[in-house]
Design a protein around this ligand. Structure first.
Ligand code: ADP
Ligand code: ADP
Length: 239
């Protein structure tokens, strides 16, 4: 099943810089795709255009046959609910507990009033605990997020995407600020949830070695264009 489809997608930033140039891609359900390329190649632009954090200039992106490019209001909101996002700097509310941060993945499922009052149903808390178990952090549930190590904070952000019940996870340089040992733990968590829950993973990395270790498919970008797209076995350091 074709999950994510890019048709003739280009992005030109307002200052004239080309972010993406005529991208045509299909990513299927359950793939673990790693996007590699030098700094400025367009990795972040590509990833952020999937959930429309960035508006593309030309072409169309569809998810499960629905155009996110043309979606408006509630439709956009509903498509985005299926897409979790993981950032290099974790994007957690530092002074809130781990539990609160994971629960924030549930916000899109409830009314604004309920969320202002902080009234998460019991079922959400169960989902959050379940998510924390998957990243081996359940014992940290009531610790403040900023008390955790970098690797642990990134695993909290993975748990937040799980609590969101995301079907696609976009991870933008998720290990760029982590040491090698912690990098391995975070990559293994991403791989495990991809395999166990069949969540589609699209991960930006600048290390081709790391890409080879975890990806089933590598997409190489250069100057906003796809210069390589294939299984890991064919990817070389020139990619
Ligand atoms: P990568 O993630 O591979 O480092 P990016 O997607 O961040 O690459 O950037 C692709 C190109 O778009 C680069 O030339 C970058 O300088 C440019 N770019 C990114 N964001 C902006 C922006 N907001 N305004 C103008 N140019 C941008
Ligand atoms: P893990 O490998 O389990 O992700 P670490 O080995 O980095 O975690 O950290 C071990 C312990 O030290 C953890 O309980 C964590 O809370 C604590 N810790 C690590 N780094 C920091 C930090 N920068 N600030 C506060 N506590 C930290």
């Amino acid at each position: 099943k074709r999950l994510i489809q890019f048709k003739n997608v280009s992005k030109i930033y307002p200052n004239g810089t080309i972010g993406l140039k005529n991208i045509n891609l299909q990513i299927e359900d359950g793939e673990f795709v790693v996007i590699v390329g030098l700094s400025g190649a367009g990795k972040s632009t590509l990833l952020r255009s999937v959930n429309r954090l960035i508006e593309i200039s030309e072409g169309e992106i569809s998810i499960h046959g629905e155009s996110i490019t043309k979606a408006k209001g509630n439709e956009l909101y509903r498509i985005r609910r299926d897409i979790g996002m993981i950032f290099q700097n974790f994007n957690l509310v530092k002074r809130s507990s781990v539990m609160r941060n994971v629960l924030s993945g549930r916000v899109g499922y409830h009314s604004t009033l309920r969320m202002i009052l902080g009234l998460f149903p019991k079922q959400d808390k169960e989902l959050a605990i379940e998510a924390l178990k998957r990243v081996n952090l359940v014992e940290k549930a009531y610790v403040r997020a900023d008390q955790l190590s970098g690797g642990q904070q990134q695993r909290v952000s993975i748990a937040r995407a799980l609590a969101q019940e995301a079907k696609i996870v976009l991870a933008d340089e998720p290990v760029a600020s982590l040491d090698p040992l912690t990098t391995k733990q975070v990559m293994e968590d991403l791989l495990r949830i991809n395999q166990e829950l069949n969540i589609t993973m699209i991960v930006n990395l600048h290390s081709i070695d790391l890409a080879r270790e975890y990806a089933t498919r590598i997409i190489g970008l250069k100057d906003g264009e796809v210069v390589f797209d294939g299984p890991v076995i064919e990817a070389t350091n020139d990619t």
